[in-house]
Design a protein around this ligand. Sequence first.
Ligand SMILES: NC(=O)C1=CN([C@@H]2O[C@H](COP(=O)(O)OP(=O)(O)OC[C@H]3O[C@@H](n4cnc5c(N)ncnc54)[C@H](OP(=O)(O)O)[C@@H]3O)[C@@H](O)[C@H]2O)[C@@H](O)CC1
Ligand SMILES: Nc1ncnc2c1ncn2[C@@H]1O[C@H](COP(=O)(O)OP(=O)(O)O)[C@@H](O)[C@H]1O
Ligand SMILES: [K+]
Length: 500
Amino acid sequence: MKPLYSVAQIRAVEQLVAATLEPGALMQRAGQAAANGVLALLAGQANRSVLLLAGPGNNGGDALEAAANLAGAGAGIDVAVIYLAGSALASAETAQALGRAHDAQVRFLDALPDSAPALVVDGLFGIGLARALDGAARVMVEALNALGWPVLALDVPSGLDADTGAIVGPDGVALRAGRTLAFIGNKIGLHTFEGRDVAGEVEVASLAIDAHYFPPASAELNQAALFANQLKPRANNSHKGSFGDVAIVGGARGMAGAAMLTARAALYSGAGRVLVAALDPGPAFDSVQPEIMFRDGATYPLGVGTLVMGPGMGGSALAMDMLARALPGAAALVLDADALNLIGASVDLQKRLGARTAPTILTPHPLEAARLLGISSLEVQRDRLAAARAIANRFNAIVVLKGSGSVIAAPGGAAVINTSGNPGLASAGTGDVLAGICGSLLAQGWPAREAALGAVWIHGTAADRLVSQGIGPIGLCASELPQAVRAVLNELVYGTAKNG
Ligand SMILES: NC(=O)C1=CN([C@@H]2O[C@H](COP(=O)(O)OP(=O)(O)OC[C@H]3O[C@@H](n4cnc5c(N)ncnc54)[C@H](OP(=O)(O)O)[C@@H]3O)[C@@H](O)[C@H]2O)[C@@H](O)CC1
Ligand SMILES: Nc1ncnc2c1ncn2[C@@H]1O[C@H](COP(=O)(O)OP(=O)(O)O)[C@@H](O)[C@H]1O
Ligand SMILES: [K+]
């Protein structure tokens, strides 16, 4: 498991452990871990200067401890500190760390130096950040963001909400770090919304705290281990019926492409047979992918198999009627795009959705999630975990809240945050592909939660693979994903993929 903790949980662990140790011991461990991290990053570099920013609280204390350690490390490092003391008295631990930094002959500066240090260490604010950055801290963060000097954030990049991944506002700023060294445990907000961009690569320094001090994690990071029990090699004696039927219900006039992308994704991720139940007579076949069959949506039986409803479905009376018929049925459902918008606008459809007993996956992007919850997309983004959980609980379904750091939530269960994927996916049609993978895995017998976890991980990993081959992120097309999805899935099942 790759656990994620809330700030409240980390605080509780900190209190329990601190009571068993000498005062300041945890801060000293954090400072030592930070210094070790800096030394590792400086290995082999000619530039040996490090600038540490220390804020008024204990995050600042960590930076001061790290500065003292680096100055005393005998590694030829030029250590400079900018200490932005607050109006209130520093904690005893931070005051002690300040004394150690002075004793170690660390240079204290009043302003940013003229030339770039090898590394900036951000100890301005950690989990105690209570409001948007202002005054000197804000000026410094804006200047550093403009300069683009490499930054190692201690615990949390200053300005970021460690619970939600939002930049603390209103009108807030956060220091963009290339790396973050999280203390005690990994934090939710480092991995979703703005968090991935602001925190960069995240490493955890547990400060030698024993596992028994930790509560059950409030979330975890997605990894192949979470769905590995479904990755089964195929029997020789199998046939197309062994791997399920997926019908894509969509493709209203002018939007056939969305349904085609979903169908191709379902095919390339292993469904036995893939059909498009089209809302518009449109094309009779897909000339690129002739394996896909086409049916008239109006008469298609909606009560069996696996249906992916929504891609290019539109908001017509027929679309509404098909949803009303499918929701009470026994078909496993993936509901995406227009299906979600229709449900968001209809109390009757919402009731039918909530009453379902067959497997159901909802794949909203933030605006679709907002419509389902009757709030704004900004509110969804401000707490993505809470939004995904609320939809899962309200509609008794597995939910994938899409976007950077997609959140997968199950009713009453812990949420999972996905780490694969990149901005190459930020183009029209990639969500249709995701819905197709979800439907395909459901049709192959995966339980809904594993299907969602697997689909999101594979979809993101496929995009990462394409980018590593020079295909994107700029200009990566949704139609390029299915073949990469096939490669990733086969490697997972037949053993050569990294189970990251
Ligand atoms: N305790 C321990 O054992 C350990 C703690 N650890 C470390 O401590 C960190 C948490 O420390 P923390 O609680 O002191 O909070 P921190 O993030 O330093 O900021 C709070 C300070 O900032 C102030 N302030 C807040 N917002 C502000 C703003 N916008 N603009 C200006 N000021 C603002 C606030 O004062 P306020 O003005 O709100 O009264 C307060 O002075 C944690 O992330 C980890 O790095 C590790 O060493 C492990 C052991
Ligand atoms: N910056 C990003 N990083 C990672 N994944 C992303 C990013 N932007 C978009 N995605 C993913 O791409 C897909 C986009 O889906 P969606 O918004 O529904 O697009 P569409 O409806 O046009 O297909 C989702 O799976 C989403 O998580
Ligand atoms: K910080």
